[in-house]
Every structure is written in structure tokens, then in C-alpha cells.
Design a protein around this ligand. Structure first.
Ligand SMILES: [Zn+2]
Length: 236
């Protein structure tokens, strides 16, 4: 069963503004590799997450009978695929996504485990002990799904969104023991079916995402790099 990430209540602070904390390497890791690898402290950021209880209305209760339990071992990145002009507040967007998920889809809750809005605020979605859901045909078992709001084939990725994503990935990878090679985009599992996660695929393909995660792990700052979405068709 995965470690549960404590969700914070009420206000959302973009992660880029948060204090980063040091966390000692796990004792076993130090014992096994410390001498050889010169293992120092891993930096795992304090990730602020708005709890499900804080965005959900009284009627937004998950439908437990629709859930399938799983054992998470990979982190998968999505974009919402819907243009977000910021006119609908993040909590309300989550409630709308919940309604769509249980009424227009046979899902038990929002399909993602975490959603990052355009300001970089992270909201908790479905419980990580349950597999996610998808409109495409890949096997969702073992995936922890993170959605970045907006249509990132048409809208820019916001710096705060990216920094929150990097911090959340570092935190989840540490908590769930997920190696870098199991961090990928939706399209990597459903080629030809989706353009998700839009421009974020560039950051995955050219190694920037893992580079920036390694910078966070090393306690080093990194520059946000902008990238333009180029469709797979144009790349051929
Ligand atoms: Zn997706």
C-alpha cells in the first residue's frame, strides 16, 4: 500500500515559493550505498496539496464500487486537454471534473490522483490506492496520474505549474520508490491515441524533466525553460 501524502487544508501556495526541506536518505539506502556512492542527503520538497475534502462539495462522494485497487510503481503525466482561461476557480474545476467522471463516464472519482491548476496549485484527486481511469486503451494498473490543467498543445505551460509538477514528482518518486525510467507521459503508453501531455512531452523526451528533478534532489535551483509544442506529425 502506498504511503499516503498528507494533504494540506485550505489555502494553496505555489510550490515555487515554499521552503524546501532536507530529508535524510533512508537508513537502508545509506547502509547499502552510502560508503560506496558517497550518498549525502536527498532533498525532498515540502509539497503543499489541497486535500480532496477541501475542494469537494458534500455530494461529491467517490463511488467505491467502481474502483480497482492497484500497486503504484510509475508516475504518468497528463494535461487536461481543455483550454483553461482561468475564469473557473480550481476547486470548481475539480467539482466539474468529478461530475463529468461519475455521470458521463463510469468512473468512481476524478480520473487523476493529482491535478495542478494554472497557478501551480496542486489538488488531491482520487486516492492513490486506486488505479486511475482513462479515455484511451492503455492498462492503467500501477500508474499514479498527475494532470496539468490547460490544453498544452495550444496554451503555454506556466512556470508555476512546471515547478509544482517537478516538486510533486520528486516527492512521489521518493515516497513510492519510483525510478526515473518509470516517469513518462500519457502518450508514451497510448501512442497514436492522444497528444497528451502536449508540450510537456518535450520536457520528457529531451530529458529536461529528469534533469530538473535531479536538481531539486540535489538542492540546486534550476531555470525554467520554455518550449513550444510541436505535433508528432510535424516532427516526421
Ligand atoms: Zn492524458
Amino acid at each position: 500500500m502506498p504511503t499516503r501524502i498528507a494533504a494540506t487544508s485550505q489555502t494553496c501556495v505555489p510550490n515555487s515559493k515554499l521552503r524546501r526541506s532536507l530529508r535524510p536518505c533512508k537508513i537502508l539506502l545509506v547502509l547499502a550505498f552510502g560508503m560506496l556512492a558517497g550518498c549525502s542527503n536527498l532533498h525532498v520538497p515540502d509539497v503543499q496539496i489541497v486535500s480532496r475534502a477541501d475542494w469537494a462539495g458534500a455530494d461529491d462522494v467517490p463511488m467505491m464500487e467502481r474502483f480497482v485497487e492497484h500497486a503504484p510503481d510509475r508516475l504518468t503525466i497528463h494535461h487536461a486537454g481543455v483550454v483553461d482561461d482561468g475564469s473557473v476557480a480550481g476547486d470548481e474545476k475539480m467539482r466539474r471534473l468529478f461530475n463529468f467522471s461519475v455521470k458521463q463516464r463510469p468512473w468512481g472519482d476524478v480520473p487523476y490522483h493529482f491535478v495542478i491548476d494554472r497557478t501551480g496549485c496542486i489538488r488531491e484527486g482520487r486516492d492513490m490506492i486506486y488505479a486511475p481511469d482513462t479515455n484511451t486503451s492503455y492498462d492503467v494498473d500501477s500508474h499514479i496520474c498527475i494532470c496539468v490543467n490547460g490544453d498544452l498543445t495550444k496554451q503555454p505551460l506556466m512556470e508555476n505549474q512546471y515547478r509544482s509538477l517537478v516538486d510533486l514528482l520528486v516527492k512521489l518518486a521518493a515516497d513510492l520508490d519510483v525510478p526515473n525510467d518509470r516517469i513518462a507521459g500519457h502518450k508514451d503508453y497510448a501512442p497514436g491515441e492522444t497528444t497528451c501531455p502536449g508540450v510537456l512531452e518535450n520536457y520528457i523526451e529531451n530529458g529536461w524533466l529528469i534533469e530538473d528533478m535531479e536538481n531539486v534532489r540535489a538542492g540546486k535551483p534550476y531555470e525554467f525553460r520554455e518550449s513550444q509544442y510541436v505535433s508528432s506529425e510535424s516532427k516526421k
